[in-house]
Design a protein around this ligand. Structure first.
Ligand SMILES: [Fe+2]
Ligand SMILES: [Fe+2]
Length: 366
């Protein structure tokens, strides 16, 4: 059962898979239904039309986006900066080949001590990043903030393309690291990526920019936490190169989170009612089985505070007030449920789940 254990695995695996879980909808290579889609699908199948006013609000932010969210290519890092150099201006000399070979040997030596739990966590992070074409399609599907021509000069479209270009480096870097270290079954990992891309991903309200941006803020924070967690594990196990790699990716996710969060903050100012309702809608779907409970409660707490949900007073409809009430009461509710689940789990033995990514070796989950 290659991916079945990801939702309940203990600390090393848990956080890394936050984003992945939402993408593995469908069947794993061995035909295992990865998570129960029933409740979630009912929400996803609500065919909601994006109100015209919301599209106008989003379009009104075009200038603001250009000012706040785009970063220059010239100052960006590239995957090759964190890997053994595969060529140089005199790459035909045997000395350069030796340099590359030595670099790979050092990388492999550093990775030799990584335990299986960390490898599974890392692969979870990597395959999540490699599903980027799915996320870019999502961005372009939203009304008012997508790239309608493929090369639109509007700031929102440039943001989607610029964000994609930055994200693309994450999968490249992690994939090459894992390939060079030889610690995982790369073919099985590639099969997972193939499935992820073929399966696609359900989106709540596929064309809604509000839902998409709120979802983006959550996912960026989740991946920031996840890559940062893996960086700390890499340090703990003595792999400094991996710690640097995960650290630089985490820093990107942090910056993306800041961008999505800032634009949502602005949207809460412009349309508190629409955003409160969209947030409640996203939260209801997520609570139906995407995150582990503690991570989810932490994320909800963070964004409720960050977007000052309890302080929203003006401009809320009845439905908006209900949404506000639901979202503000959600984290304590989840924590109570988690406490009960913990008590039950404490009485149960952790179980071993085998992962094809690590040659079918088992990792304890519980
Ligand atoms: Fe990423
Ligand atoms: Fe990101």
């Amino acid at each position: 059962m290659m991916t079945q254990g990801l939702m309940t695995t203990t600390v090393p695996v848990k956080l890394c898979c936050l984003k992945q879980q939402s993408n593995v909808a469908g069947r794993s290579p061995r035909g295992v239904r990865v998570h129960a889609l029933g409740a979630r699908r009912r929400i996803l199948e609500e065919k909601e039309v994006v109100p015209r006013e919301q599209v106008e609000v989003i379009r009104s932010l075009n200038g603001w986006v250009a000012e706040h969210m785009l970063t220059p290519v010239e100052s960006a890092w590239q995957p090759h900066d964190y890997l053994p150099r595969s060529s140089s201006s005199s790459s035909s000399s045997s000395g350069d080949d030796a340099g590359f070979t030595e670099g790979v040997a050092a990388l492999r030596a550093g990775a030799a001590c990584l335990p299986d739990e960390v490898l599974v966590c890392l692969v979870g992070n990597m395959v999540t990043e490699e599903a980027l074409p799915t996320y870019q399609s999502m961005g372009n599907r939203t009304e008012g903030s997508g790239d309608e021509t493929g090369s639109s000069s509007l700031p929102w479209a440039r943001w989607v393309r610029g964000w994609t270009a930055e994200e693309n480096r994450h999968g490249d870097l992690l994939n090459r690291y894992l390939y060079l270290t030889g610690r995982v079954d790369m073919r099985q990992v590639e099969v997972t990526i193939h499935h992820l891309l073929r399966n696609g991903m359900d989106m709540l309200v596929p064309r809604s920019p509000y839902h998409s941006l709120i979802y983006g803020a959550f996912q960026e924070r989740a991946t920031f936490i996840s890559h940062g967690h893996t960086a700390r594990l890499a340090t703990k196990h003595g792999d400094a190169a991996l710690a640097r790699i995960c650290g630089v990716v985490a820093a990107d996710e942090r910056r993306h989170e800041a961008a999505y969060t800032a634009v949502c903050t602005r949207l809460f100012e412009l349309d508190p009612d629409g955003m409160a309702r969209a947030l409640a809608h996203v939260m209801r779907a997520k609570s139906a089985g995407v995150y582990t409970a503690t991570d989810y409660a932490d994320l909800v707490d963070h964004f409720v505070r960050r977007w000052r949900l309890p302080d929203l007073a003006h401009g809320l409809s009845d439905e908006g007030r209900q949404a506000q009430e639901y979202v503000c009461g959600l984290a304590p509710k989840i924590r109570r449920m988690e406490e009960l689940a913990h008590r039950r789990a404490a009485r149960a033995e952790p179980s071993a789940v085998s992962f094809s990514w690590i040659f079918d070796r088992a990792v304890l989950v519980g």
